[in-house]
Design a protein around this ligand. Structure first.
Ligand code: NAD
Ligand code: LMR
Length: 341
């Protein structure tokens, strides 16, 4: 549909090294928290290929030094020359090293936390992941207060409010900079629509609004297949969890999606115009929701502008109304957790 076709002007290529960047590009420091995990490792690989990055700091409470040593042998320009490793990528392990990983970071990407097993909802991860995100956001407040945050850890509908409240309590919250990564929903929507309609996937752009769980995932599709495709996109995370049969949830597709989102954030930080992505962020786009995923324009300070939802079909409007209870509850749970003593 015409009003939803222009999702973004930036598209990650399979070979990010090949992107032509403007002469004014200033490379950036990126910290990846949870870098030894299922998402963290392939995401670190993709980030190691991004010429917009000067330093990639890998942090985990599990041993991440092997990941760092391994990646450091790749002959791209991304490196850390300060602490830890002599060449390539630094590996930070353990809470004491969090400050070192964060200091000077322009972008902090957080996939730290436990993934789902079959039969679980994303909310079932709250008890463990809420505390992890609160701890890491506290570190960000202390060591990288101006950085842009990309939050991957589930449940995103609650972990983004947790990070926002934690930064607010520390007096360093900027709502333009705390971004829930919902790009995997967009990536899936684009893939499934292209498959269903026999299109080249590079020609398909689908915004996904709302949040990142069950019925709060609302792809804006207006094709005949919309009902079936919407259900598939909403259930796609569970599809992977079940196929992995206890070994975790989406990691490779998530790493790709996070790399695409990070690339857009970094391009915008470097002054590129018209960078548009969907993200779950504090927003006034929908009067009922303090945090909401929708199309935003990214700029040097994070979210510069929110794009209107455009005209919704009756089915999309029903989907938006139908997510009210769950999304409101998810957001409230996150805010209340962050403000507990
Ligand atoms: P994983 O268990 O393979 O890896 C998680 C990593 O986080 C581990 O290496 C672990 O040691 C680390 N970790 C735990 N606590 C930490 C802390 N306090 N500080 C630093 N590191 C810490 O899990 P995964 O498959 O990589 O998934 C990670 C999270 O991402 C899960 O919560 C999952 O639900 C979520 N996820 C989100 C999306 C999305 O679309 N936003 C998609 C897929 C997965
Ligand atoms: C996904 O959408 O794949 C992630 O949120 C992981 C999950 O638990 O489904």
């Amino acid at each position: 549909r015409a009003d939803n076709v222009q999702l973004r002007s930036v598209r990650s290529s399979a070979a990010p090294q090949g992107r032509t960047l403007g002469a004014t590009v200033e490379a950036k420091n990126v910290a990846l928290l949870g870098a030894a995990g299922g998402i963290g490792q392939p995401l670190a690989l993709l980030l190691k290929l991004n010429p917009q990055i000067t330093e990639l700091r890998l942090y985990d409470i599990a041993n991440v030094k092997g990941v760092a040593a391994d990646l450091s042998h790749i002959n791209t320009s991304v490196k850390v020359v300060t602490m830890g490793w002599q060449s390539g990528v630094s590996g930070h392990t353990g809470p004491d090293e969090l400050g070192a990983a964060l200091t000077g970071a322009d972008l902090v990407i957080i996939p730290a936390g436990v993934p789902r097993k079959p039969g679980m909802t994303r909310d079932d991860l709250f008890n463990i992941n809420a505390g992890i995100v609160k701890t890491l956001a506290t570190g960000v407040a202390q060591h990288a207060p101006g950085a842009i945050l990309n939050i991957i850890s589930n449940p995103v509908n609650s972990t983004v409010p947790i990070a926002a409240e934690t930064l607010k309590a520390a007096g360093v919250y900027d709502k333009r900079k705390v971004l829930g990564v919902t790009t995997l929903d967009v990536v899936r929507a684009e893939t499934f629509v292209a498959e269903a309609k026999g299109l080249d996937v590079v020609d398909v752009q689908v915004p996904v609004i709302g949040g990142h769980a069950g019925e709060t995932i609302l792809p804006l599709l207006s094709q005949a297949e919309a009902a079936a495709l919407t259900q598939r996109i909403q259930n796609a995370g569970t599809e992977v969890v079940e196929a992995k049969a206890g070994a975790g949830s989406a990691t490779l597709s998530m790493a790709y999606a996070a790399a695409r989102f990070a690339e857009s954030v970094l391009l915008a930080l470097n002054g590129e115009k018209d960078v548009v992505e969907c993200t779950f962020v504090e927003s006034d786009v929908h009067p009922d929701f303090k945090f909401f995923a929708s199309k935003v324009v990214l700029g040097p300070n994070g979210v510069e502008d929110f794009l209107p939802l455009g005209e919704l079909s009756p089915a999309e409007q029903a989907g938006l109304d139908g997510m009210n209870e769950l999304l409101t509850k998810n957001i409230k749970t996150g805010i209340e957790f962050a403000n507990k003593a």
